[in-house]
Design a binder for this molecule. Structure first.
Ligand SMILES: Cc1cc2nc3c(=O)[nH]c(=O)nc-3n(C[C@H](O)[C@H](O)[C@H](O)COP(=O)(O)OP(=O)(O)OC[C@H]3O[C@@H](n4cnc5c(N)ncnc54)[C@H](O)[C@@H]3O)c2cc1C
Length: 435
């Protein structure tokens, strides 16, 4: 048994890996710059901090690829998904969490494990001996990023933005209404902020003219599609937001009995509803402009901001050719990368890569043959995507497009998704029995 596995970064991937290894009797030393220092996006002293939305996306196992990925991870013993299940807040079909409770529970599990030693330290070079997992995320500190680039070549990057959080008390419920999309009017988990045509057009006009925060090296074409700032989306056409985060379809306003012209949704940050995330409203406007422009949404006219939206440069490895499908470095296979730095995108996907790396290390330490998840499981398809040659490699989140097709052609989309899920879960159950 080696001394201990060194994990650098106590984010979603690092904590997932640490807790998996410890649960299999393997010692871990976990390094993070927290709580004495922070990257520009992290603010909490806890590990596994969610930097933007509190949603881990869909929980629908048989109708959504990210829902399926979560179920695969549950079967494999994911500590991150278990913590998310325990700290979930109502959010329709999504698995949203109370971010403080979620991070606190994971931090407690890590810190109370007799096999995990936590070290508050900035790591500036890849540790030279033993198994190592680099899970320092998209905002890896510059010193370590520089050292990584000496091995991997210059890292690509994209810009990712976070959405603001407002206080529950400050939402004007005289103009807002509670409903889930296509749910019963007046009932549901979301607060909806309707706009009529005139209000919407005025909002778009002000949004387009609003001042953005200056960002070194910022280029519009390097914004990640899944997390595009509202102001960038709005510039694509007047109706773009009405077909995106301001989509009114299925949101019946009980006051009118109709869908509004446009609608902004607010999702609970905690069960008590003390704070709400403005869904899909990631932005790079200056803080003053966020307050001014978003107050043109009638229900947010007096909104108090617990956190404003921000945008940051995210680095990732040009992984194809560098990493194997178990996330180990081809040129030095004792070194693993995990999390968003590998080119997977999203909270769940980041944790999933930590799980794969930890399973691979565990099997090697136990002297067992390597595990292959294949491309019929979402977790396997993601890791294969990262490891497969691709001249235009871009970060990837879970989706059905990366899965191997079924043997039979099924036209009904719902049936097809169910079959894909059943196939995947059977494979994962077989793998789990061998671990
Ligand atoms: C602005 C922004 C908004 C985002 N919004 C979303 C979203 O809404 N939904 C979503 O699914 N994903 C979002 N993401 C992506 C998100 O970062 C990842 O999904 C996830 O947090 C990545 O997990 P990770 O474990 O790879 O890294 P992180 O969770 O970032 O963890 C990395 C850890 O490494 C530590 N660290 C960094 N450098 C060092 C060092 N040199 N030495 C020691 N420790 C170090 C950090 O302190 C941190 O604790 C967003 C990212 C950004 C930057």
């Amino acid at each position: 048994m080696p001394d201990s596995v060194k994990i650098v970064g106590g984010g979603l991937a690092g904590c997932e890996a640490a807790l998996y290894l410890a649960s299999h009797g393997i010692k871990v030393t976990l390094y993070d710059i927290k709580p004495g220092a922070f990257t520009p996006c992290h603010h909490s002293g806890n590990y596994a901090e969610l930097v933007c939305s509190n949603s881990l996306k869909s929980n629908d196992v048989y109708g959504n690829a990210c829902g399926l990925l979560k179920e695969e991870m549950r079967l494999l013993g994911s500590a991150v998904i278990a913590a998310a299940d325990r700290t979930s807040v109502p959010a329709g079909n999504a698995l949203a969490v109370d971010r403080e409770a979620f991070s606190s529970q994971i931090t407690l599990a890590v810190k109370s494990s007799p096999l995990i030693t936590c070290v508050e330290e900035e790591i500036s070079a890849i540790p030279p001996e033993g198994f190592v997992v680099i899970a320092t995320g998209p905002l890896t500190t510059p010193s370590l990023a520089g050292e990584i680039e000496k091995i991997t070549g210059v890292c690509p990057y994209f810009f990712d933005a976070a959405a603001p959080i407002v206080s529950g008390e400050s939402i004007d419920m005289d103009t807002a209404f509670v409903a889930d999309r296509y749910g019963e009017a007046g009932k549901g988990d979301y607060i909806n902020c309707p706009l009529n045509k005139e209000e919407y057009q005025n909002f778009i006009k002000e949004l387009l003219g609003a001042k953005r925060a200056e960002l070194h090296e910022f280029e519009n074409d390097k914004v990640f599609d899944g997390c595009m700032p509202v102001e960038v989306m709005a510039a694509r056409g007047e109706d773009t937001l009405r077909f995106g985060p301001m989509k009114p379809a299925g949101l019946t306003d009980p006051r009118t009995g109709r869908w509004p012209y446009a609608c902004v949704q607010l999702r609970k940050e905690n069960t008590a509803g003390l704070a709400y995330n403005i869904v899909g409203f990631q932005t790079n406007l200056t803080f003053g402009e966020q307050k001014r422009v978003f107050s043109l949404i009638p229900a947010l006219k007096n909104a108090e901001y617990y956190r404003y939206g921000v945008m940051h440069r995210n680095m990732y490895l040009n992984s194809p050719g560098l990493l194997s499908a178990d996330f180990s470095l081809k040129s030095d296979p004792r070194v693993y990368f995990a999390g968003q730095i590998t080119g997977v995108e999203g909270y769940v996907e980041s944790a999933a890569s930590g799980l794969i790396a930890a399973i691979a290390i565990t099997e090697r330490i136990k002297g067992k043959p390597p595990v292959s998840f294949g491309t019929s499981t979402v977790i396997g398809a993601l890791s294969e995507y990262v490891a497969t040659q691709n001249a235009n490699f871009q970060p990837m989140n879970s989706n059905y497009g990366i899965l191997a097709p079924l043997d039979v052609n099924i036209r009904d989309k719902a049936v097809k998704k169910r079959k894909l899920a059943e196939r995947s879960l059977n494979i994962i159950k077989e793998i789990k029995e061998r671990l």
